[in-house]
Ligand binder design. Structure first.
Ligand code: GUN
Ligand code: FE
Length: 494
């Protein structure tokens, strides 16, 4: 349908580059040139040079004629730097119109009151087109270069979401939502068989519009255990094994939900080896090394061990967990057990489309965990018992760590490990240009020069780590000047 030209020119980026090297450490590259080829792949990097040195040495080496290369520089005078694009590992595209609207609800009544009616209404293609276009534009403007989307149970408009992501150039996993029980009559699959057939139809369509899956890919999406029958989950587990496709669902978000799962799926009835939420998914083959589990707020030691053994990953959704009063997820505890973690906005359980906001809230929630606010089973290691002050310190996530989760951590969840998240030869150019505005010390903007600077004031004395911290705690989409995916410019702030 609406095809995209993904091939761009050869490009040379010059200036300051910052990226998460490891969980705890950011790499800073100054006066650096990064060459990106027509496929959007980084093919050369030259450090500590000026732009003319970079062009005179790199371009001949690459065999690129100078007039065939587009050059982009970050502006030092405006505190600009290149940073990897954000990965939103969990959000609901159809729920975007409801951001911020949740009152005092918690998960189960929130679904009934706010969410199911809105999602059902998006089977109207005109409405879906408007909402989905807005979600894509809005998340791109916040630097989200890749998103793991839940659509709705409707196949036509789920496919439309994939079309629109492809056209806009936003990488996306797009999931047709499966739900065949315990949901209202007006918004429920008629049977497990219908649900699987609709899922297969959507998978086939999404694979047909982007056969290599470079930009959009399908994802098997059982909404969550309470809204899926045992036969449906079993069939979706088989589908995951048959196709090798990723899986996404929710787990252990809310205490009422966990009780419901225990009631609906007793271990004996489903032949599970244990009676936890995690055992339910595991029994049906839904825990693979490509499974994204959202929330995981109330998981036990036993559950995390199973998740780790299966190689499944967790999407941490702090904005949502606070908004719906679900609880404080223990990210350090997950990381220390070897589980890979990314960040999710979980719009509209989460109130914001911004992964930067999720990163900031991840930092704050980790301090609530440090203060003893997490839900912890009795006898759990490294958690409630730590009134000694040591593990409390450990629970806190740093600026570097939340930025890692927002980029490289997320890449592990969406199957892009090693492909995005850094400035290294061979990686793809999924990048945002961040600008914090001019140093206050340089004087006020005049006339034409005045621009929308955003919420960050840089005084001029700050180190680069200080500047990055200011961005994390006070930045917003006004600081996101340009965004590229696979080398293609997909957003520019005018
Ligand atoms: N659990 C089942 N469906 C949903 C949803 O749409 N959002 C959240 N946050 N949790 C869910
Ligand atoms: Fe969600």
């Amino acid at each position: 349908q609406e095809q995209t030209t993904l091939v761009t020119q050869n490009q040379l980026f010059y200036g300051t580059f910052i990226y998460p090297k490891t969980l705890t450490e950011l790499e800073y590259l100054y006066n650096t040139a990064v060459a990106v080829d027509q496929n959007g792949t980084i093919v050369a990097i030259k450090r500590d040079c000026d732009l003319s040195q970079a062009t005179s040495t790199l371009l001949p080496r690459l065999g690129w004629a100078p007039n065939s290369v587009t050059i982009h520089s970050s502006s030092d005078s405006h505190n600009q730097f290149f940073f990897p694009g954000f990965i939103d590992t969990h959000l609901h595209a159809p729920q975007y119109p409801n951001v911020g609207i949740f009152g005092k609800s918690t998960l189960l009544d929130w679904l009934e009151t706010y969410t199911f009616p809105l999602e059902a209404s998006l089977s109207d293609p005109a409405k879906a087109r408007t909402v989905y276009n807005r979600v894509i534009r809005k998340t791109l403007s916040h630097g989200t270069t890749c998103a793991a989307y839940y659509a709705t149970k409707d196949v036509t408009t789920t496919n439309l979401l994939a079309d629109l992501c492809l056209r806009a150039g936003q990488r996306a996993l797009v999931g047709r939502v499966c739900m065949d029980q315990l949901s209202p009559d007006y918004y429920r699959d008629a049977s497990a068989a219908d649900s699987v057939a609709a899922t297969r139809e959507s998978i086939a369509y999404i694979q047909s519009i982007d056969p290599t899956g470079a930009i959009v890919r399908p994802v098997i999406t059982p909404r969550f255990a309470p809204s899926c029958s045992a036969p449906l989950m079993a069939d979706l587990g088989k589908l995951a094994a048959e196709t090798g496709l990723p899986v996404q669902t929710h787990i252990s978000e809310n205490e009422g939900e966990i009780d419901l799962v225990r009631e609906l799926f007793p271990a004996k009835k489903i032949g599970a080896k244990g009676d936890t939420y995690t055992h339910v998914y595991d029994t049906f083959g839904l825990l693979t090394d490509k499974t994204i589990l959202a929330h995981g707020v109330h998981l036990s030691e036993e559950e995390v061990e199973i998740i780790k053994a299966r190689g499944s990953k967790v999407s941490h959704c702090p904005c949502s967990n606070s908004a719906l009063a679900s609880g404080a997820a223990r990210v350090r505890w997950l990381l220390e057990r070897g589980v890979e973690v990314g960040l999710g906005t979980d719009m509209s359980g989460g109130y914001s489309p911004s992964v930067l906001e999720a990163a900031r809230q991840a930092a704050l929630v980790s301090r609530h965990v440090a203060m003893g606010c997490a839900s912890v089973e009795k006898g759990s290691k490294g958690s409630k018992a730590n009134k000694d002050g040591i593990d409390r310190e450990r629970a806190k996530l740093t600026v570097e760590e939340v930025l890692y989760l927002a980029t490289k951590g997320g890449a592990e969840l969406v199957g892009m490990k090693g492909r995005v998240g850094g400035f290294e030869v061979g990686m793809e150019w999924d990048v945002q240009l961040i600008g914090l505005g001019r140093d206050v010390a340089d004087g006020e903007y005049e006339g034409e020069e005045k621009e929308e600077e955003g919420n960050v004031d840089v005084f001029g004395w700050e180190s680069w780590p200080d500047r990055v911290a200011k961005w994390v705690y006070n930045g917003d989409d006004r600081n996101t000047r340009k965004v590229w995916v696979k080398g293609r410019l997909v957003h520019e702030r005018k």
